[in-house]
Ligand binder design. Structure first.
Ligand SMILES: Nc1ncnc2c1ncn2[C@@H]1O[C@H](COP(=O)(O)OP(=O)(O)O)[C@@H](O)[C@H]1O
Ligand SMILES: [Mg+2]
Length: 149
């Protein structure tokens, strides 16, 4: 496990780039890279996704998809992933709720990098052995961020 403490949005952004550099090596040829983002409200999950999106060249706004549940951002000119799929499962209740998002098709596409906030809400609908990132609120400007890759 790699543990970081971020003291600013810039540091969170640098940590997101580090994570991204490691995750390409874990990408499978036959299915999407699915990543669970765990941590309480305000711990920095959406901010981290915004940083990943910026690092991948996304220029449309990455807002919290709480009310739309899912947003897909097309990636141009990156080596492996073709889309960044951002899911916020805050308002979902169980794994079967993912069916409405055609989640199986999303997972079947190796071009997708899928980042899921509140993944614990839909755990039963997720593939086994997915990547995880843990977020923790430390103080107003400090967030702990931990991941394996
Ligand atoms: N070091 C930091 N890293 C990330 N976010 C931070 C940091 N310091 C303060 N923040 C603030 O904390 C909030 C995190 O919110 P958000 O990313 O929406 O959390 P979540 O999606 O986990 O609910 C944002 O308002 C952000 O500006
Ligand atoms: Mg969020």
């Amino acid at each position: 496990m790699k543990n970081f403490v971020s003291h600013s949005l810039e540091e969170t952004s640098a940590i997101a780039s580090k994570w991204l550099a490691g995750v390409f090596a874990q990408a499978a040829a036959d299915q999407a890279m699915v990543v669970a983002l765990n941590g309480q409200l305000g711990s920095g999950k959406t901010t981290f996704v915004q940083s990943v999106a910026r690092a991948l060249g996304v220029d449309d706004a990455v807002t919290s998809p709480t009310f739309v549940i899912m947003k897909k951002h097309k990636l141009v000119g990156t080596s492996h992933f073709k889309s960044l799929v951002h899911i916020d499962a805050y308002r979902l209740e169980n794994g079967s709720d993912l069916g409405a998002l055609e989640f199986e098709d999303i997972v079947a596409d190796p071009g997708n990098l899928v980042l899921i906030e509140w993944a614990e809400n839909v755990k039963s609908g997720l593939p086994a052995d997915i990547e995880k990132i843990d977020f923790e609120y430390v103080s107003e400007n400090e967030r702990k961020i931990s991941f394996a890759v």
